[in-house]
Design a protein. Structure first.
Length: 472
């Protein structure tokens, strides 16, 4: 795997030089532990030139006050290396790795320091033998980067276990989690990929390709954010449920991303292309449930490949239910087998679905069931034309107008506030609607968004392309 700037950091460490500016928080005087073996069955509590296991390095980092580096540099003749990757298999003697728990400083666990031998991904595999948790974090400012993490119970767990620990501001980036080292097939963690329990301000991924995690092939979920203390976490720039190329499915068996149990104010995606996640190929792309609230789903591709055009469907794009409330959903949601977005249950209210493409889903683009979003009704389109659409709805609602080949919302065109007379009008500044059918949604002042309205023809005389020519 290409090492980018991290290889420079490793070289600086080996030579005793200061780290690059990007790592200035970690002073060069702090300890640097070099893991030199795939062995996990021998433990004497020391790290020296002759023998240092990952388990010993984590234990020593925890015991040292202040920041620490752990680098992996394993010789290619190690019994756990096959010329492409080196595999550290957790032994039954010691079980799960110790948690990163030093509250006096963070630990940087760096798999990218291993010499390049794998053209398809990271060189260091952490294998949990199907029985053990792999990386666990209880403290702050830790980074785990450059590993294949598979066949663990949980690949990475960031968990609040109570005072004095406070698991915040950690970064998990540049890893393959639940997928094999070639990035093509499942090697799943048996409960899930990354679990954030009651932890805050953590970052999963990053805005560059080298920081992207591939979180795929896991049993149950790819990423789970859980608990009322789980807030202001960011999941950005990852592929969740796809292969490493972002072109085909390697599904997480249940949800790509789950946000549960009052987790709030978390961000999935963002406004820039670098923050975009590709969340495709899963049973449900994103599930927000159990009183989770004020979470923002922005700018992602949900149900497509990394180009945003080709189909890699989830069964459901986004599900909000079981009293999920006041969440915000945008991004491209397309090609999912069933619904694009489903909001279910009378207590699931205030969930806003914004002016972004929702199209080509097998069932409804937006589906409200059992009183979801208060059962808000869509507006009526009564005056369609080539370049404007008007109609009726309840006063004060925001009407967003789309065009599509069918009854969803492939292209957003504009919005209007319903006037005191109960009417609205959207007029294009120039040109005409992109596609032949017009639809609209209504959003009330509490944030509830409706289903798409029944489609109506826009009134233009235009020869529309047949389905076989339009990537439908």
């Amino acid at each position: 795997m290409r090492k980018y700037g991290l290889a420079v950091t490793t070289l600086a460490v080996v030579l005793g030089l200061p780290a690059p500016v990007g790592h200035v928080r970690r002073a060069s005087a702090n300890p640097h532990y070099i893991v030199s073996t795939t062995d996990d069955s021998t433990y004497d509590g020391t790290c020296d030139a002759s023998h240092c296991t990952l388990r010993e390095a984590i234990t020593l980092a925890n015991s040292h006050a202040g920041d620490d580096y752990i680098h992996i540099i394993i010789p290619d003749d190690d019994p756990g290396c096959d010329g492409v990757v080196c595999t550290i298999t957790l032994s039954s003697t010691y079980g799960a790795l110790p948690p990163l728990n030093d509250m006096s400083g963070g630990t940087f666990v760096n798999g990218t320091s291993q010499p390049e031998t794998n053209p398809d991904g990271p060189e260091i595999v952490i294998n949990g033998s199907g029985s053990y948790d792999c990386f666990k974090i209880w403290s702050r400012y830790n980074t785990i980067t450059g590993f294949v993490i598979n066949e663990c119970v949980h690949g990475v767990t960031i968990c609040d276990v109570g005072p004095p620990w406070d698991p915040g501001y950690n970064t998990i980036s540049g890893n393959y989690i639940g997928i094999d080292y070639e990035g093509t097939a499942a090697a799943g963690n048996t409960q899930g990929g990354i679990q954030i329990i009651g932890a805050h301000d953590n970052t999963i991924g990053g805005t560059t390709a080298q920081k992207r995690n591939i979180i795929s092939g896991n049993v149950y979920y790819g990423v789970e954010i859980w608990g009322d203390d789980a807030h202001h976490n960011k999941v950005v720039g990852n592929y969740v449920g796809t292969n490493a190329d972002g072109t085909g499915a390697v599904p997480n068996d249940w949800n790509g991303i789950s946000i549960l149990e009052e987790a709030h104010d978390n961000m999935i995606g963002g406004l820039t292309s670098g923050e975009r996640n590709v969340i495709s190929g899963n049973q449900t792309g994103i599930a927000i449930e159990a009183d989770a609230c004020y979470n923002r789903i922005i700018g992602n591709y949900i149900g497509t490949a990394l180009n945003g055009l080709d189909a890699v469907p989830n069964s459901i794009g986004v599900f909000m239910g079981n009293a999920a409330h006041h969440n915000y959903t945008g991004g491209t949601i397309a090609y999912n087998t069933n619904w694009g977005v489903r909001v279910d249950g009378a207590a699931s209210i205030g969930n806003t679905i914004t002016a972004h493409p929702i199209h080509s889903n097998g069932d409804l683009g937006i589906y409200l069931t059992n009183g979801g979003n208060g059962g808000i009704l869509p507006p009526s389109i009564t005056t369609p034309s080539c370049n404007s659409a008007g109609g009726t709805a309840l006063v004060g609602r925001t009407i967003r107008v789309f065009s599509d080949y069918d009854g969803q919302g492939r292209q957003f065109h504009g919005e209007d506030q319903v006037s005191g007379g109960g009417t609205w009008m959207v007029t294009l500044p120039s040109g005409m609607f992109t596609y032949p059918n017009l639809t609209a949604t209504a959003t009330d002042t509490s944030g509830n968004t409706s289903e798409f309205s029944a489609p109506v023809r826009n009134g233009c005389e235009f020869l529309w392309m047949p389905l076989s020519l339009k990537r439908y």
